[in-house]
Design a protein around this ligand. Structure first.
Ligand code: SF4
Length: 300
């Protein structure tokens, strides 16, 4: 379960008793947390921090085993400040995501641009970039490119047992990088809309929770999903990234217009250049191979 930890003190016992895996959203120290405000518009940092510390001191084993952190990168923090704050304060390595850049209203575009910070650039501008990359390990973009290369090109990695047993069948599929509905997560809005992920528009609701029932029509969901994936099928056929596509179709603006272009499309030549870079990075950091094979989970 993902939580902003605002009510963690109230529900901690229940979450611990039921061994919920918890992903806590916090953007770093008090200044970094400034965009996460409570109903009065006040910075939520003190309440969130105290709630997390309470959970950690009351249930140290649960905390160690089941709690993870997620932070959003913006103009009040940096990959470096987030990483070391969470690591030093809670003893955990956070996952860090940039602001989602889809679905921005045109009149808000300038404000968004001022708030947005590029993940890779933030790492490169840190005070000890090489150490940070080493510490970030799997969250370092260069490590991710090596991991993708190993997973999809080495023939030594499979994302799950299905891929191992049916690899030749799965290889011929074009699925884009979009998760299958409910295969990874589920998001419920405050209005009861069921969506496959919190990162995508509420227009893509797949069902609804009402006072009395959960409405889910699997035929409708399959048709809707397939029709949206198929919008990009022709581009995917000739795309250099189709075997390890990073693009979720729901995160492409104007997906349902006839002229839509995939923002992640790469020709085979350009993709070859990226793969070569991944190999060069691996050659410079040979210890990564073993570390990735033993410690990472396959991505898709
Ligand atoms: S990156 Fe390529 S394979 Fe992935 S959705 Fe875009 S066009 Fe399709």
């Amino acid at each position: 379960m993902t939580t902003n930890a605002m009510l963690l003190d109230t529900y901690a016992d229940y979450l611990v008793d039921n061994e919920f895996r918890l992903l806590i959203s916090i953007d770093g120290d008090e200044y970094s947390q400034g965009y996460r405000v409570d109903a009065n518009g006040d910075n939520s940092f003190n309440r969130v921090y105290n709630n997390i510390k309470l959970l950690q001191s009351k249930y140290p084993e649960y905390f160690e085993k089941y709690v993870m952190f997620n932070s959003v990168l913006h103009n009040r923090n940096s990959v470096e400040s987030i990483y070391y704050f969470i690591k030093n304060t809670f003893g955990k390595a956070p996952s860090i995501s940039p602001l989602s850049d889809t679905g921005i209203r045109p009149e808000k575009r300038n404000e968004f641009n001022q708030t947005y910070q590029n993940y890779r650039e933030s790492i490169e501008s840190s005070s000890d970039c090489e150490r940070l990359k080493e510490d970030l390990f799997i969250n370092n973009p260069q490590t991710i490119s090596v991991l993708d290369y190993l997973q999809f090109k080495s023939g030594n990695m499979f994302r799950d047992y299905n891929a191992l047993i049916h690899s030749s069948i799965l290889e011929s599929e074009i699925l884009t990088g979009t998760c299958r509905p409910f295969s990874k997560k589920l998001f419920v809005t405050v209005n009861g809309k069921i969506i496959q992920c919190e990162k995508i528009s509420h227009d893509y609701a797949l069902g609804k929770i009402t006072e009395n029932e959960v409405i889910l029509n699997f035929e409708f969901i399959a048709q809707k999903y397939n029709s949206l994936i198929n919008i990009l099928a022709r581009q995917c056929q000739v795309c250099g990234r189709k075997k390890y596509c990073p693009q979720c179709v729901f995160r492409i603006d104007n997906l349902q217009t006839s002229s839509v272009k995939c923002r992640s499309f790469l020709t085979s030549d350009k993709n070859d250049i990226l793969e070569t870079r991944a190999l060069i990075y691996l050659r410079k950091h040979p210890s990564l191979y073993k570390k990735l094979m033993s410690k990472s989970v396959a991505r898709r």
